[in-house]
Design a protein around this ligand. Structure first.
Ligand code: GLN
Length: 447
């Protein structure tokens, strides 16, 4: 109950949890104790975990940060939640997030912004800002997150914790409320790479209920943690160190690279020439998929329904007008537009072609190196309110994370130091498909 007590005591100040439910948590803890007593306990029995409020969990309110699902109690659990329960993990609570995972600052939550535990004036990053802040403030030892365009790595960087986005298809999306299905991927957030490896071991398993889940042999993501780094070839993409990267962040990344050299790594320059195109490509594809995924919130099957309306279409309109926030509406409109007849070829198809070029860029780079290193974001955490009314400025801050999702690659953020304002800076490590164990190894040796 130590974490639960802390979470209850400090949640008011930080707003990291949307839902805490002492009775439910204690019931899960008792079940874990019982399993330990009768010898059937899973490998992580009794350890508390905080779940991003995007993973459906039976009997728990699952809001996805939206008014639309403000009272939604899920009748079933996501595969990730089932996996955690089978391992004996105990649910501490449900963490705050940008509405439907759309955002980079957690200010798009219907339940209010999260504060960065390092500096109450700063955003925690997003969209998994509640999970990142919960771990950073020691209100949870480990947490789940999702990453569609950086939502695990960027809040991990802003809050000074470790988080890994696995290869697309490694973690099942079953029961994970869909934002952009071809990009969404769940993953662990924790203080250390080692804890991330242990949680990823639990989260990653084939699941026939997700058509893109990969049927692979189980691996132990902790197996290589202590492997020496001698001979590791680290590629630095020159486009990640160009204009736009803040000097203090660049300084921290340079120091991290120097440390890797000391650990025996070789450093080579690589190029990802289509880096800048990741932003327009992503901000066409993600809204396109979102506009389709979010059509299910119609006031009929579940979630919010307007109290007053005129006819069936009026019910849809009124329900969606009331239930969705501004950013979600902006993306639905953008997505509908780029998919519409006459614009499809000009926008959506072009974006898909760029997506291929970006994936090819990474493969060309991996011919020269084992791991790509660079910043997670161009700056440290910005101030609450600073970019809230400027969506384009917010989108531009995603420049170093989006390409990874477009290509489906694994990548992590590991704490590397602090910017000139005292706010944390993460180092991003990107690997080729299924190189999670190597990435966690590289992060672990550095920590
Ligand atoms: N900031 C990006 C967006 O708003 C990424 C969000 C995410 O990864 N869920 O779409």
């Amino acid at each position: 109950t130590e974490f639960l007590d802390r979470a209850e005591r400090h949640n008011g100040a930080l707003n990291v949890y949307i839902t805490l439910d002492r009775q439910k948590t204690l019931a899960e803890a008792r079940a874990a104790d019982q399993a330990r007593a009768d010898g059937s306990a899973g490998p992580l029995a009794g350890i508390p975990v905080a779940h991003k409020d995007i993973f459906c969990q039976e009997g728990w309110r699952t809001t996805c940060g939206s008014k639309m699902l403000g009272d939604f109690v899920s009748p079933y659990s996501a595969h990730v939640v089932e996996q955690c329960q089978a391992a004996g993990l105990v649910t501490l609570g449900r963490t705050n997030m940008d509405e439907f995972a759309m955002g980079s600052s957690n200010e798009n939550s219907h339940f209010g912004a999260v504060k960065n535990p390092w500096d109450g004036a700063a955003v925690p990053g997003g969209s998994s800002g509640g999970s990142a802040a919960a771990v950073a403030a020691r209100l949870a030892p480990i947490a789940t997150g999702t990453d569609t365009g950086g939502s695990i790595r960027q809040p991990a960087s802003f809050c000074g914790i470790t988080g890994i986005k696995p290869t697309y298809g490694v973690v099942s999306r079953f029961g994970m409320i869909a934002y952009a299905s071809s990009l969404d991927q769940g993953g662990p957030m924790a203080r250390s790479a080692e804890d991330c490896a242990l949680l990823l071991n639990v989260m990653a398993e084939f699941d026939a209920r997700d058509a893109t889940s990969l049927a692979r042999e189980r691996e132990d993501y902790a197996r290589d943690l202590d492997r020496p780094l001698a001979g590791l070839r680290i590629g630095l993409p020159k486009e990640y160190f160009a204009d736009g990267l803040a000097q203090d962040v660049a300084g921290v990344i340079d120091a991290a690279i120097a440390e890797y050299r000391k650990l025996g790594a070789e450093v080579v320059e690589v190029s990802l020439p289509n880096t800048e195109l990741a932003i327009p490509s992503y901000y066409v594809i993600a809204p396109a998929e979102a506009s389709s995924n979010l059509s299910r919130f119609d006031g009929v099957r579940y979630g919010h329904r307007a109290a007053q309306f005129d006819g069936l279409n009026g019910m849809y309109e009124q329900t969606r007008a009331e239930g969705f926030g501004w950013e979600v509406k902006r993306r639905i409109l953008t997505g509908t537009y780029v998919l519409s007849h006459g614009y499809y070829d000009a926008y959506y198809l072009q974006a898909q072609k760029i997506r291929r070029l970006i994936a090819n860029d990474f493969q060309a780079a991996f011919a020269q190196c084992d791991v790509i290193a660079g910043p997670v974001a161009p700056t440290t955490a910005w101030n609450l309110g600073e970019k809230r009314d400027d969506p384009v400025a917010m989108y531009l801050a995603d420049i170093y994370t989006l390409g990874v999702n477009l290509a489906g690659l694994p990548a992590l953020s590991v704490p590397a130091g602090f910017g000139s304002n005292g706010r944390p800076v993460g180092l991003q490590l990107i690997g080729n498909y299924f190189s999670e164990a190597r990435l966690l190894n590289a992060a672990h040796r550095f920590q």
